[in-house]
Design a protein around this ligand. Sequence first.
Ligand SMILES: [Ca+2]
Ligand SMILES: [Ca+2]
Length: 508
Amino acid sequence: MPKREANFLRFPRIVHTKKATKNPYPCKDENRSGVQSLVNSRIRSNFKAMKQQFGLRRNIEADQGAVSHLRPLFSMLTIASIVISGIATTGLGKSSVELKPIAQGFTSPTALVQLPGKSGKRLIADQVGTVHVLTSEGELKDELFLDLRDRMVELNEGFDERGLLGLALHPNFKANRRLFVYYSAPLRDSAPDGWNHTSHVSEFKVYKDDRDQVNPASERILLRVDQPQFNHDGGTITFGPDGYLYIPLGDGGKANDTGKGHPAKGNGQDITTLLGSILRIDVDGDKPYGIPSDNPFVGRTGKDEIYAYGLRNPWGIAFDPAGGHRLFAADVGQNSFEEVNIIEKGGNYGWHIREGFHCFDPDQPNKAPADCPDVGANGEPLIDPILEYKNRKTHSDDPEAFGISVVGGHVYRGEAISALQGKYVFADWSRNWGSPQGVLLAASQSDADSGKPWRVERLGLKGHPNGELDSYIVSFAQDRAGEIYVMTNDRNGLYGKNGKVYKLVPSQ
Ligand SMILES: [Ca+2]
Ligand SMILES: [Ca+2]
């Protein structure tokens, strides 16, 4: 992978003029259906935060008050040949698509990466802190690739956004055996009192004589970021075509980007904090890491690591492996709109002045104000997403509301499914907080519509005609062939072993 600046195509910058209130998806009735809450004591300690975050009255699927550091036992699994078959719906042509299970027995799989070479081996990270080797025969090795559980903060067995969230191999992994992880560590001593935990971006090395195992003594912590709350942690680290490591960080958590650990302008808008940004660092530079000299805030006010900002919780960032190698970043919305962005260097993506294409008021998060600034604090334009869709939290019965929390995916560049070629495949975590009902989505933009929002549609499955799975959709991955993987959890918490990894394949 060549070092230095790649030849990125610039996404046309959409600059707000005057009122900045345009909405490509006119609202229908905001008819809320109440969901009776059945709050379980297990996650009571976090319920207030979750309620603030989600603004929900939902069934919470958990059953007692303890939190525990999970120690799931893994057994070697031969993957069942069961296939969920599906037909791509309108706009995706008549090609049919299936989700083929390739691995299971996880709690909440968050990342998958393919090892270099012809072995066909893949690594699968589980949010609870383990990384597993999936052999070319489709079996999970008994021996863990990496076990971070002792280095992580104690996770909730109920809902939790912390954990092992990202895994990326160095572009030259084959020669240097270096890999990088993002995980949630206990709060460090120097952090402000009462904050929640400290995010680590760490380097490890695999053993020279056993590439299927990490040397646990090889950890080098590159970056520590203190987090005021448990949620909005970003974490899906990835190397760009320029050879630099990109690190998405959420706004620090809670809701509205306000409260403890959030300055008045919000972490998203504050370029003197790393939170609410996508960072870009040089893992081959000066220790603990170098700063690419063309990062936007080098030589001026603002953290030098920041590549782009104004983000709430970028969950799922990925470079298009082809085309202009553009960087896609899903940004989880608050209560009303979910969005996907194409990230430009130095761009301000609007949070918490804006949510999707709409103005946002942290004091009235469910009611988009008619007016808001069209620039950030330093006069920089606020960049619109490439798409938004309505969030069922405030648009519960609206057919254009797919779910409640966007999950970033990838631009399909495989050869197996021609109907998906060039489309951005992503998802919503679930239509409901309390029941597993993730929705697969696909977005595209024709040349004629350049500059307009991308069109979003459900990626329908046979037996699941609306693209809805009976699982929460946690994350996506892409292999070197451009094929896409979907990772799920049947629970909304970190318990059980119901997490699965699927590959999108053409229907047989
Ligand atoms: Ca600076
Ligand atoms: Ca935004």
